[in-house]
Design a protein around this ligand. Structure first.
Ligand SMILES: Nc1ncnc2c1ncn2[C@@H]1O[C@H](COP(=O)(O)OP(=O)(O)OP(=O)(O)O)[C@@H](O)[C@H]1O
Ligand SMILES: [Mg+2]
Length: 319
């Protein structure tokens, strides 16, 4: 899509299957081919359970794909040794929805912030205070916060700490999995503004997962729309509102342009049942909810096809 930009991370035919307790095979990611570019944001949207977190857990090596390649600057990280995978954590960092879950509540902010730097021997113990001050400044928090514990901070402040900790190692790629979803709208906006500023300053590649299409399109350079483990559309962020072509993306947009999708709040504009990821139908994964579904759609699975610059759609009837 960005012809002159360096490709930082690329997945090729990534598949992830899980075996359930009843010995059934659940396909969480189904032939995913996505590219993240230097200094740009790739947004990923889709309903609950469509495989977004599984996909980024593969990128951060928290899970191993069943098949496919994950190229970080042409190096396939899937087959990295333990040592190489550990070293690669410095390049690809992740921020989660609930910072408390990734912090040790007994640690002060100064220790939370500098732990990764000490682990990788990037600073000396005597430099902890100076570094913590610098990191707090970067995320616009006062320096004396370094002596606090995470429980004495607000959700938004804690998420800034997560961000500072993730960026402390100066990663090339930052992955945010619903990093702002638990925050109220104005705090969410502040964190996004901060992310956008830091991206410009440090030329970071961001992969941002979110349920809110309006929010994600406000700052993503490209958006991948996921449905039942498949990528059904990839589109430049600024084009999504008027240019989206896949019936699923259109339904997401039409239902409301700012929607929080979850299993209990289904998309109003869509009828039909969501198939189980344990039993993905032959043909198009979206067939049971698509008002344009034809006989061919039940037979053949559509592949992503180029329909414009940086725009791909997996639907036989999207031109
Ligand atoms: N370790 C696992 N074992 C078995 N199934 C799993 C495992 N991890 C995820 N899944 C299943 O894979 C599918 C995709 O889950 P995933 O967490 O990636 O979805 P998601 O798009 O991130 O959803 P949400 O928006 O709710 O966070 C779901 O059906 C989930 O139950
Ligand atoms: Mg998730």
């Amino acid at each position: 899509m960005f012809k002159d930009l360096e490709i930082v991370l690329q997945t090729q035919h990534i598949v992830k299957q899980f075996k359930t307790s009843k010995n059934q095979m659940l396909v969480a990611c189904n032939d995913i081919n996505l590219t993240a570019y230097k200094g740009k944001t790739l947004g990923i949207v889709g309903e609950s359970g469509c495989g977004k977190s599984t996909f980024v857990r593969l990128l951060t090596q928290l899970e191993t794909p069943t098949s496919g390649k994950i190229l970080y600057h042409d190096k396939d990280i899937v087959h990295f040794s333990k040592k190489e995978a550990w070293l690669n954590r410095q390049n690809i960092q992740m921020v989660f929805q609930d910072p408390m879950a990734s912090f040790n509540p007994k640690m002060k902010i100064i220790d939370i912030l500098t732990e990764p730097l000490l682990n990788f021997k990037r600073i000396k113990r005597s430099e902890k205070e100076t570094k913590a001050k610098e990191l707090l400044e970067m995320v616009e928090l006062p320096a004396d916060f370094m002596y606090r514990y995470p429980h004495s901070m607000s959700g938004g402040q804690r998420q800034r700490i997560s961000l500072a900790r993730a960026l402390s190692l100066e990663p090339e790629v930052l992955i945010c999995d619903e990093a702002t979803s638990a925050l109220d709208v104005s705090i969410q906006r502040n964190i996004i503004q901060l992310l956008v500023r830091l991206q410009k300053e440090k030329n970071i590649t961001i992969i941002f997962i979110c349920h809110d299409l309006a929010l994600i399109s406000s700052f993503s350079h490209q958006i991948a729309v996921m449905y039942l483990g498949h990528i059904v559309e990839v589109i430049p962020g600024e084009k999504i509102k008027d240019g989206a072509k896949h019936p699923y993306t259109r339904a997401l947009i039409d239902s409301q342009f700012s929607v929080h999708l979850s299993q209990d709040k289904q998309i109003k504009a869509l009828d039909g049942e969501v198939p189980s990821p344990l039993d993905i139908p032959q043909g198009c994964p979206f067939q049971s909810r698509c008002k344009y579904c034809k006989e061919e759609c039940r037979k053949e699975k559509p592949v992503l096809k180029e329909v414009g610059v940086g725009h791909q759609v997996a639907c036989q009837y999207s031109k």
